[in-house]
Design a protein around this ligand. Structure first.
Ligand SMILES: [Fe+2]
Length: 299
């Protein structure tokens, strides 16, 4: 099975401070991404809110608890709960992270997700587990590249090649977090343009944009501020090569007003439109047809 996602436009994360205004005022937002774990419990206010949101907007389920790279057994009970939520919500797709976040039954559920050792052994391990998850959920999933603060001495494969190979072997889609690429590139001292240029365009199903904090010798993926200029520039580069891709602004700490979140999402739409105009002009219009596919109409 191969991932094929529709183009949803520009979304924002559905966060509790905005619940009431979203369900009462129906703001002009293309789609919402939810944190799956916050809605797994059947019933209750979160599921009520989600049903109301889903009546008017496309919704995407984004999880943090899959731990696809762990050597712990995959939690099939968790997958069944995800499947039940997906049955009720009918999300455009289900995503998580290409990382490990559990060991020996202990889990972390925050932004400190551990990167994969980039070896043939871990590649085969992840491929088998992605296949299991996709079979259990009955659909291809998306996995996101995580921000990293360390690298393993025994890694032998560039991260971008690892992601592409998992896509080739499993048909999963890549949730390309452009901010995470930038954060990892600065921390690990590699070229972020090399990374995004090496990702097969057809495997990118969604994009994340977010802000990070600069601690001097380390960037931290904090999701607590606007997207910075170098990340906007990297996003431009991805759009010019891959076309329009459903894009989400992540803002999870110091959550701003709904207006501010929407402003950041409109900025992403404007950057996308400008990048596409420039690329069409550069190519003499020959690229326009490439973007008139499942990702929606061309510019
Ligand atoms: Fe992300």
């Amino acid at each position: 099975m191969a991932f094929q996602g529709a183009y949803l436009g520009h979304g924002v994360g559905l966060r509790p401070p905005h619940y009431t205004r979203v369900i009462e005022e129906h703001p002009a937002i293309d789609w919402f991404e939810i944190i799956s774990e916050n809605f797994l419990a059947p019933g209750g206010n979160p599921r009520r809110v989600l049903r109301l949101v889903r009546e008017r907007y496309p919704v995407v389920m984004h999880g943090v608890g899959l731990s696809i790279g762990s050597v712990d057994p995959i939690d099939d009970g968790y997958l069944d709960a995800l499947a039940a939520l997906a049955f009720e919500v009918a999300p455009a797709w289900i995503s998580d992270h290409l990382c490990w976040s559990s060991f020996g039954g202990h889990s972390v559920h925050d932004l400190w997700l551990w990167p994969m050792p980039l070896t043939e052994e871990s590649l085969a391990h992840v491929v088998a587990r992605v296949a299991h998850v996709q079979d259990r959920l009955g659909r291809p999933i998306l996995l996101e590249n995580v921000s990293s603060y360390l690298a393993y001495r025994h890694s032998t494969i560039p991260e971008w090649s690892f992601l592409a190979e998992v896509a080739a072997r499993t048909g999963y889609g890549l949730l390309l977090d452009v901010n995470n690429v930038y954060v990892s590139a600065r921390n690990q001292r590699f070229d972020p343009e090399t990374y995004v240029d090496a990702i097969p365009a057809e495997s990118i199903g969604q994009i994340h944009l977010a802000g990070h904090s600069d601690e001097g010798n380390l960037l931290l993926d904090t999701h607590d501020r606007p997207v910075c200029d170098p990340v906007w520039e990297l996003y431009r580069r991805v759009v010019r090569r891959a076309g329009r891709i459903s894009t989400l602004i992540e803002w999870d700490e110091d959550i701003p007003s709904l207006e501010r979140a929407m402003e950041e999402s409109r900025m992403a739409a404007a950057v996308e439109a400008e990048a596409l105009r420039r690329e069409v002009a550069r190519s003499g219009g020959s690229h326009a047809s490439c973007w008139s596919d499942s990702r929606g109409p061309g510019p």
